[in-house]
Design a protein around this ligand. Structure first.
Ligand code: NDP
Length: 242
């Protein structure tokens, strides 16, 4: 039914950074629902048994993005669900942060999402259907010392999603944001024990998120047709809904 979000599997799904961590959990969720899933990777591919199509792509390179979409589309058809998940940190206090420290993190987390969303839009407009989910962070909403580059990039995703929501108007193409709190992956394992304990102290759930719990929110948004420009925190209550 048009406009209701009820598009049955198999959908063509494209997940950036889907070879590990949160992205892999998201990719597995769609594959388990019967969708055809392409995941980008730069080095290590996801385990072959996962049934995911691995496509080479660094999201800081528009040509690689275009090539990865061509491969995914050739195998699965036009992308109907895009999850811009690829992300990286490079933490520094502002006084010691170089311009490259700042721009490289923005390039991956924010401009990378722009590159894949722009590329996906062609196919979505053509098929009159699309679900774009951008993986942000609670750092976007609350800030984090040492992460001015990362928090600015992740906050930028919110303005980006809401602007696309206005541009897309009544079309059955949505763009929403998921903002995870601390989640059990390589990225959070890089924190010191003290940093982890400080963050957990502010989290009513008293534990980190499991990547599958972020995938829950993404799967919901991939089905929801009337949720647009929203930011869904998956943070164990740290922001009490904000
Ligand atoms: P990981 O460090 O475990 O994985 C990061 C993923 O992003 C990898 O697949 C990595 O690919 C990919 N990636 C990084 N840079 C690029 C690039 N330039 N081009 C293509 N792919 C790239 O992180 P998580 O799984 O934890 O993070 C996933 C998302 O969730 C990120 O956007 C992150 O900012 C966000 N997030 C994570 C939180 C956490 O606590 N873990 C909390 C809040 C948000 P490769 O294997 O090639 O390096």
């Amino acid at each position: 039914m048009e406009g209701t979000g009820q598009r049955p599997a198999p959908r063509s799904v494209f997940v950036t950074g889907g070879n590990r961590g949160i992205g892999l959990a998201i990719a597995r969720r769609f594959a388990a629902a019967g969708d055809r899933v392409a995941v980008t990777c730069r080095g290590a591919e996801p385990p072959a048994a996962e049934g995911l199509l691995a496509v080479r792509c660094d999201v800081t390179d528009s040509q690689q993005v275009d090539q990865a979409f061509k491969e995914a589309e050739a195998a699965h058809g036009p992308v109907g669900v895009l999850v811009a998940n690829a992300g990286a940190t490079h933490d520094r206090l502002l006084l010691t942060m170089s311009e490259a420290d700042f721009t490289s993190v923005v390039d991956t987390n924010l401009t990378g999402a722009f590159r894949v969303a722009r590329r996906a839009m062609r196919g979505m407009l053509g098929q009159g259907f699309g679900r774009i989910v951008l993986i942000s962070s609670t750092a976007a909403l609350h800030g984090a010392a040492g992460q001015s580059n990362y928090a600015a990039a992740k906050a930028g995703l919110v303005g980006f999603a809401r602007s696309l929501t206005h541009e897309l108007g009544p079309r059955d193409i949505t763009c929403n944001v998921v903002a995870p709190g601390l989640t059990e992956t390589d990225m959070s394992r890089a924190l010191t024990e003290r940093q982890r304990q400080t963050l957990l102290g502010r989290t009513p759930a008293g534990r980190l998120a499991h990547p599958d719990e972020v995938a829950d929110a993404v799967a919901f948004l991939a089905g929801a047709g009337y949720v647009r420009g929203a930011v869904i925190p998956v943070d164990g209550g740290a922001g009490l809904g904000h």
